[in-house]
Design a protein around this ligand. Sequence first.
Ligand code: AMP
Ligand code: MG
Length: 421
Amino acid sequence: MDNQPVDCGCDTTPQPLLSIDEALEILTSSAKVTNSTQLIELDDTLNRILAVDIHANISVPSFDNSAMDGYAINLKENQINTPSVFTFEITDRIPAGGTGNSLIPGCAARIFTGAPIPKGANTVLMQEECELIENKSKIEVYRPISLGENIRPMGNDIQSGDVILSKGKQLQPQDIALVASVGIGKLEVFHKIKVGVFFTGNELVKPGDVLQQGKIFNSNRYSLVALLNKLGCEVINLGNVKDTFNATCGALEALKSDCDLIITTGGVSVGEEDYIKPAIEKLGQLSLWRIKIKPGKPLAFGNLGHCAFIGLPGNPVSAMVTFLLFARPFIKKMQGVSHYLNTTFKTQANFDWHKPKPRREFVRARLDHTVFPTKVNLHPKQGSDVLSSMVWADGLIEIPEKTTFKRGEVLNFYPLNEMLS
Ligand code: AMP
Ligand code: MG
């Protein structure tokens, strides 16, 4: 009974195709930024999304200090920039972390990198430029000396009150270090979002199990879970789900109260074995489902109450490409990331495009850096089932709809390493 097509009362007549830009706009404008935050130790903040602006309440450095191991000097007025030989008596020694005494004119303090410049000192000489004389009690210098040499002034890096990081930044090692440098030990970040996933298809077999005639291994399960892990989501994985209306509804029901978002692959067309659309329409709302894109025309977007829903197509390349182009910016916006859209750069086609296509295409491509300007080549097989083309590629090239062009055309390139970071 379960395997029979179910008349769920929903309209299955094809709706007009949406443009990619329209679909992305609908998706991102309806993505709700998570409103829960947590305060965590700096060591745990890598890749997390900052939930507040961070202000410095000290300057860095917080005192003038030496940029070199050498000698801090109190240069007299008549010694500044004068070509002569100078002698200074060493009257103090200041290691990093220490403090020195006031330095009187004509005297020097042995000083080390990072140590505070003592009162009265107005320049620092590198030790390599100084000769120790008279049983190391004095130094001699043989060149004109300027004021302020090798001194790192207070506030050189950060001024007290500066906004050093902005809300919505995904924290990288240098961000965490900058926060540490102003003495902040914990950061308020957005909570991880919870994404429930399952994979529709009677043909799907778990890798490692025996592959019977007509079955295939479930590869989408691995790309999707890995993509979500890369994005720092908490993943609840229900695994393979049979192509029945009841099984699809059951999986959605099991996830919806616990998740911020559910993502599925397969079953989003209008074939008799495609149950995602009727199941979402029964349990929630479906906002869009067909987009002018290749690969990946069928794509479902909707919600089950507070839980958002994205149904990706089943073909492995389509599933990955639509995830990267649509689900990724959607998730990043939900996570609170301020720059959630994909970034592209321009590159030149190393191929002709003869046949205008009705849908915008995202073709698997690889940059050739041995030529200048860099050119981009196509994988010879662009089928949405050719997963090896994704492994070969280092990015996707956007081919505008209804167009032809010659080698040398400038096109948008979506780098995979960026979209997978
Ligand atoms: P569907 O979107 O369900 O019509 O599936 C389209 C194609 O993708 C079919 O050839 C499926 O066998 C294949 N496919 C669906 N789900 C997966 C999956 N999880 N892993 C690999 N291939 C799949
Ligand atoms: Mg299917």
